[in-house]
Design a binder for this molecule. Structure first.
Ligand code: MN
Length: 420
């Protein structure tokens, strides 16, 4: 009994100004082409069950182009897998926000896709001896929402009559996204992993988080491991795709910009495969430049050298170049003519200049004119801070710097991608 789990297609995602010859936003076309490749891969695998974890569309009212793309893809999938159980839930992007609005995902019911967009539903399949508990995203304020006050605990139950029990849900599991990267005005509480460990799930498929990720779960009573995964999005459709890239490289060992895909999982044997999908557009995060003590002319040279090394890889790619520790004055006096040329070659070029992180260093006895970085200052403070006896100061400094790195990464991950 093999299932395929994919999620976060975000059809209708639009970004940047470029259009295809037929007038479709180029990124929308990129994302649709990536999804079509993924669907073709799924058809070749011939799974018994297909789980679609939400955010099929990027918005509640997607453009006609995206609806057509999606319908064609799922029609092909259904034609190739006439007997498969296909379950689709709504995510935060495509769930209707009011109780009376219909949901575009209902369209796929015409293809015998089991669509769940409001409230938890159990899909029972006696033929395969499988029960799928489908939990779409619940917008705060609507009945059945996951808001803490409305629903104190997420009570998910298996159907003990069935051999296989699958939980499919679109939400955030606590501890996955760094807290500092989340918006402050969150209205709902993430799912506590403990709530997923109460029942002996055969598989827990998650949508919402855009990077492929295993969540370590253990059935509380038997201590047996529960396979629980975010499949990640099919293309780079996050507000800040560079955070996806970094997670995929650091956590999953993917090559930069090649970390997207979907999951194949065998419920009988536990055999598990992540199938990478080639995205339509190259993302290129150039090696960052440290511009402290750099004049504008020197920085011009370093930028030119970095771009020259990248060469043809720049063409039609989405490119970012981070320049750290650069003063506003230097940014203002850079030579922008060569950068305009780069902008023409690339699909998008973002020169991400970042100001020095801190103020003048305190009286640390060093050269008074040099600006201390936040790291230096933190380390210096922790070196001087009175400590309770028995505490290891080196370890304290190390920990402090590690937390600072985490906070900086989280803050960077929360930055929107915008034109420089
Ligand atoms: Mn999403």
């Amino acid at each position: 009994m093999r299932l395929v789990h994919l999620s976060d297609l975000h059809l209708g995602f639009r970004q940047f100004q470029r259009q295809t010859p037929t007038g479709v936003n180029q990124r929308e076309a990129d994302v649709a082409a990536t999804c079509a490749r993924a669907i073709a891969q799924v058809m070749a695998i011939k799974p018994d069950i297909v789980l679609v974890g939400g955010d099929v569309f990027h918005q509640v009212r997607p453009p006609n182009s995206a609806i057509l793309d999606a319908f064609r893809m799922f029609a092909q999938l259904r034609a190739a897998l006439p007997n498969a159980l296909i379950v689709m839930i709504a995510g935060n992007h495509d769930v209707p926000r009011t109780t009376d609005a219909g949901c575009i995902l209902q369209l796929f019911a015409e293809l015998d896709v089991r669509v769940v967009f409001r409230g938890t539903e159990r899909i029972d399949d006696a033929l395969r001896d499988v029960s799928v508990l489908a939990v779409p995203y619940a917008p705060p304020g609507l009945p059945g929402s996951g808001e803490a006050s409305a629903m104190p605990s997420h009570a998910f139950h298996v159907d003990a009559r069935r051999k296989y029990n699958v939980l499919l849900l679109h939400d955030e599991v606590r501890g996955v996204v760094p807290t500092a990267a989340q918006p402050g005005d969150r209205l709902y509480t993430p799912i506590d992993p403990v709530d997923l460990e109460r029942e002996p799930w055969s598989y827990v498929g998650l949508g919402h988080y855009h990077v492929y990720r295993r969540i370590e779960l253990q059935h509380a009573a038997t201590k047996r491991s529960i396979p629980c995964y975010y499949s990640g999005s099919l293309d780079y459709t996050s507000t800040n795709p560079w955070a996806d890239v970094r997670e995929e490289v650091q956590r999953n060992g993917a090559s930069a910009g090649q970390g997207k895909g979907f999951i194949e999982h065998n419920l009988e044997t536990g055999e598990h495969t992540f199938h990478p999908v080639t995205v339509s557009r190259r993302l290129l995060d150039l090696p960052a430049i440290d511009a402290s003590d750099c004049s504008a002319a020197e920085l011009d040279e370093r930028i030119a050298a970095t771009l020259a090394r990248a060469g043809g890889a720049l063409d039609d790619a989405i490119v970012r170049l981070v320049v750290r520790d650069v003063s506003r004055h230097v940014v203002r006096t850079l030579d922008y003519a060569p950068l305009r040329e780069v902008r023409k070659r690339t699909m998008h070029f973002h020169l991400d200049t970042r100001k020095p992180e801190v103020l003048e260093s305190g009286a640390t006895g060093g050269a008074p004119s040099r600006r201390a970085t936040l790291r230096d200052r933190l380390a210096a403070r922790l070196q001087l801070r009175p400590l309770a006896p028995g505490l290891d100061r080196d370890r304290l400094v190390q920990l402090g710097l590690a937390y600072l790195t985490r906070a900086e990464e989280a803050a960077a991950a929360a930055l929107p991608v915008a034109e420089a």
